[in-house]
Design a protein around this ligand. Structure first.
Ligand code: GTP
Length: 340
C-alpha cells in the first residue's frame, strides 16, 4: 500500500512539472527539470519558499534566475536526485512484482527479468542507464499484457504509469543531448555517437570520417555586431551544415563556435567533398538582418579540418587529427578545408 502511494505521488509530480515549466516559459533542461521536480515533490522547503516568493513577486524565470536556483538549491544535491529517481524506479519494480505474483501463470520469465532490473538498479546507474532501464521495463510489461488477455485493470493502469515515466525519461534524454541555441546535437550526443562508430570500425572495419568546423574571426564578429547577432549566426551555420549532410551523418555543436560532423561510411575523399560543400554553402551567402534586411553582416566563413578513422584510433585521437588540420586551415588563411 505504501509503495502504491509513493508510485501515485511520483506520477502525480511528473504530471505537474512539465505543464508548469511550459506555463512559465522555462526551457526543459535537466537542471531546470530537477528544480521543478523538487519544487512539486516538496522535498526541499527552502527551494519551495524561494520559488513561491519569486512567483508571488512576479519575477520572470530568466536563464540567470534558473541558474541561480540550480546553483543554490540543487547542484550540491545532484547525487540525491539520481538517488530519488532510483528509488522511484525501485518502487515501480516492487509494485510490478506484487501485481505479477497475483497474476500467476505465464509470468515466471517476467519475474526473473524484474529481479535483473532490480540488480541493475542497485549498481548506481546514471541517467542514460536509468532511461534504458525504464524502457526495458515498459517493453516487458507490454509483452506480459499481450500474453495475459485476462489480466486485471490494475496492471493496465500500472502500465500507463510506466508509459508516462518512459516518455518523461525520453524527454529528459532528448533535452540532455541537444544544444539549446542551435537545436543541434550537443557534445555529449557526439561523444556517444563517436563511441559507436569506433566500435563499428573495430568490429567490422566500417570506416567513418570527422569534420571539425570553426567559424572564422567570430570574436571580431561578436565585437562588431553584438553577441545576440553572433548567436543568430551560430544558428544559421548550424542550419547550413544540417542541410548539406545526409540522414546518417551527425552534426553537433562541440562548444562555442566549434562544430563537428561525423560521417559514417565516408572515406577521406567523400568527407573532403562534404566539407567543401559546407564551406562553400556558408561562404557564398550574404547575411543581413533587420525588418527590411538593411543591416549587412557580410559573408561568414568557416575553416574545416578533416580526418578519417585509422587502425588504433579512439574517439580522442581521431578528433585530435581533425583539430590539427583545422589549425592548419586557420594558419593557411581560413575559409578553407585541410585534411590528413
Ligand atoms: N555569440 C556567441 N559567441 C560565442 C558563443 N560561444 C563562443 N563565442 C565566441 O566565439 C569567439 C571565439 O573566438 P576565438 O576562439 O578567439 O576565435 P575567432 O575570433 O573565431 O578567430 P579564429 O578562430 O582564429 O578565426 C569568442 O569571442 C567567444 O566569445 C556563443 O554561444 N554565442
Amino acid at each position: 500500500m505504501h509503495n502504491n502511494q509513493n508510485l501515485e505521488q511520483t506520477s502525480h509530480i511528473l504530471h505537474l512539472v512539465l505543464p508548469k515549466m511550459s506555463e512559465l516559459a522555462i526551457p526543459v533542461t535537466p537542471e531546470n527539470y530537477a528544480i521543478w521536480f523538487d519544487y512539486f515533490a516538496e522535498t526541499n522547503l527552502n527551494l519551495k519558499r524561494a520559488i513561491d516568493g519569486l512567483i508571488a513577486n512576479d519575477v520572470k524565470f530568466t536563464p540567470e534566475v534558473n541558474l541561480g536556483l540550480y546553483n543554490r538549491f540543487i547542484e550540491e544535491r545532484s547525487p540525491e536526485i539520481i538517488e530519488n529517481v532510483q528509488i522511484e524506479t525501485q518502487i515501480l519494480i516492487n509494485s510490478l512484482v506484487h501485481k505479477i505474483e497475483l497474476l500467476g501463470e505465464g509470468t515466471a520469465n517476467f519475474s526473473g527479468n524484474l529481479t535483473e532490473f532490480n540488480q541493475k538498479l542497485q549498481s548506481n546507474p546514471n541517467l542514460d542507464e536509468l532511461t534504458l532501464l525504464v524502457m526495458s521495463i515498459a517493453a516487458e510489461v507490454e509483452q506480459v499484457i499481450a500474453s495475459n488477455r485476462h489480466m486485471s485493470d490494475s496492471l493496465v493502469s500500472l502500465s500507463d504509469e510506466i508509459a508516462n515515466l518512459k516518455s518523461e525519461m525520453d524527454n529528459l534524454s532528448k533535452v540532455a543531448m541537444t544544444d539549446e541555441l542551435t537545436s543541434l546535437n550537443n557534445r555529449r550526443a557526439y561523444e556517444l555517437f563517436a563511441a559507436e562508430q569506433m566500435t563499428k570500425f573495430t568490429d567490422t572495419q566500417t570506416v567513418c570520417s570527422l569534420l571539425m568546423i570553426d567559424i572564422d574571426h567570430f570574436k571580431l564578429f561578436n565585437e562588431t555586431f553584438g553577441h545576440l547577432i553572433g548567436d543568430k549566426v551560430l544558428a544559421y551555420v548550424a542550419l547550413a551544415m544540417k542541410h548539406t549532410v545526409k540522414g546518417d551523418d551527425l552534426v553537433a555543436r562541440y562548444g562555442g563556435e566549434e562544430f563537428v560532423v561525423m560521417l559514417p561510411n565516408a572515406k577521406l575523399a567523400d568527407a573532403v567533398n562534404v566539407a567543401e560543400k559546407i564551406r562553400e554553402r556558408i561562404s557564398l551567402k550574404q547575411l543581413s538582418i533587420g525588418k527590411e534586411k538593411k543591416q549587412n553582416l557580410g559573408h561568414i566563413t568557416v575553416s574545416i579540418g578533416v580526418a578519417t578513422i585509422q587502425t588504433g584510433d579512439d574517439a580522442e585521437t581521431l578528433l585530435a587529427r581533425a583539430d590539427e588540420q583545422l589549425y592548419i586551415a586557420k594558419k593557411a588563411g581560413r575559409n578553407c578545408v585541410k585534411y590528413a
